[in-house]
Design a protein around this ligand. Structure first.
Ligand SMILES: [Zn+2]
Length: 152
């Protein structure tokens, strides 16, 4: 997944109907002439939050009626369709990246302990100062990113 892919995904996320979204199921019981019975489940995607004017979820993927030969169609806003496609396309990459981050997070405590010890040498020994500037700043920046991610 490239940086461009991520920027595109961010843009699509901003333009789509804001979440969270939810699957709504409507059971439609049926009975055939031969007596067979069952339930067909109609699934719609809408917002979990309620739209003030609709007094219910804002539609994301729903059936709608139309004019012309076809009287029913699946309706989805173009921005929401693009987001769904992009998320599906990059889902594996996103999950892999998240998993790698989790592995780094598991080492976070050890990194903090090692960094504190290492930086103490910087403070104790004058000759360590040039290394400290580069190394300690980098490690401190990485640890700050990890802490920031935990809050999010
Ligand atoms: Zn240092």
């Amino acid at each position: 997944m490239t940086k461009d892919d991520r920027e595109t995904l961010r843009q699509l996320e901003r333009e789509a109907t804001y979440g969270p979204w939810k699957v709504y199921e409507v059971p439609n019981p049926y009975r055939m002439k031969d007596g067979t019975e069952g339930v067909l489940i109609e699934r719609n995607i809408g917002t979990e939050w309620h739209h003030p004017q609709l007094d219910g979820p804002a539609p994301v993927v729903v059936m709608s009626t139309t004019v012309g030969e076809r009287t029913h169609q699946v309706s989805i806003d173009a921005n929401n369709a693009a987001l769904i496609v992009a998320l599906r396309t990059h889902a594996t990459d996103l999950l892999d990246a998240h998993e790698r981050l989790e592995q780094v997070r598991e080492l976070q405590e050890d990194m903090e302990t090692a960094q504190a010890r290492s930086h103490q040498d910087c403070l104790d020994w004058e000759f360590s100062k040039p290394t400290c500037t580069q190394r300690c700043r980098t490690i401190t920046a990485v640890l700050a990113i990890l802490k920031g991610e935990e809050r999010g």
